[in-house]
Design a protein around this ligand. Structure first.
Ligand code: SAH
Length: 215
């Protein structure tokens, strides 16, 4: 008998993801697997599979399921890929990515969020995730280049440091624009060129750091 959260997860996929064109089997399977309700505080668990973002403390948010799916699918991950995520937050997006690739490196600037996410990764035995407390606008040079990079906070432009840490053939997804509203852009590095496409209008919390917004 599936528990009520497993049922809510299946419904989320059926009602929010499939009708909006999320067709990538890997993305759908990962979101069917990862227990999103554990990434929000107890009082919000009943709403975890709703069609909206939710607060995760310190003024930050976990993205709406559809946006997580859209960004994940956009990266076109392969099992051997190594992925960098900027903005760990509660760790949900990183957990979804970790089901689809070899290793996820995730950077968060707020210590309490990083600590909580790390504990949850351990509890769920998601072992191919490593976290770092730092300004992610500078990337994580020690493990570069990455096959894919996802930024889950919005900046005025893609940080140069991140572009330089993207492998040839690599993909990067990030919300770009103003503090209030942004476009979700997908960039592919091919023959040293950066090819850009736009996926959706979005609202993300700001990317704060040396190559992002100031506080
Ligand atoms: N992927 C997250 C989304 C969290 S919201 C999730 O699934 O929950 C975006 C996060 O980006 C916030 O936690 C915020 O603190 C973080 N952030 C903002 N600027 C950052 C920076 N320069 N480096 C690392 N993290 C940053």
């Amino acid at each position: 008998m599936p528990n009520r959260y497993a049922t809510a997860r299946s419904r989320m996929i059926r009602e929010q993801l499939l009708p909006r064109g999320i067709g990538d089997q890997g993305t759908l399977a990962a979101m069917e697997e990862v227990p999103r309700h554990l990434f929000v505080e107890d009082a919000l668990q009943g709403q975890a599979y709703g069609d909206f973002s939710l607060p995760i403390g310190l003024g930050q948010t976990i993205s709406q399921p559809y946006i997580v799916a859209l960004m994940t699918q956009g990266l076109g991950l392969k099992p051997a890929d190594r992925v960098l995520e900027i903005g760990t937050g509660c760790g949900y997006q990183a957990a979804v990515l970790s089901r689809l690739c070899a290793k996820v490196y995730t950077v968060e600037r707020l210590k309490p969020l990083m600590m909580k996410a790390r504990q949850l990764f351990d509890r769920l035995h998601y072992l191919n995730l490593v976290c770092k407390l730092d300004d992610g606008t500078l990337g994580w040079p020690a493990n570069a280049p990455y096959d894919a990079i996802m930024v889950t906070a919005a900046g005025p432009a893609v940080p140069e440091a991140l572009l330089s840490q993207l492998a040839e053939g690599g993909r990067l997804a990030m919300p770009i624009g103003g503090r209030q509203e942004q476009e979700l852009v997908l960039i592919r590095k091919e023959n040293g060129q950066y090819l850009k496409s736009t996926l959706e209008q979005v609202r993300f919390v700001p990317l704060i750091g040396a190559q992002g917004w100031s506080e």
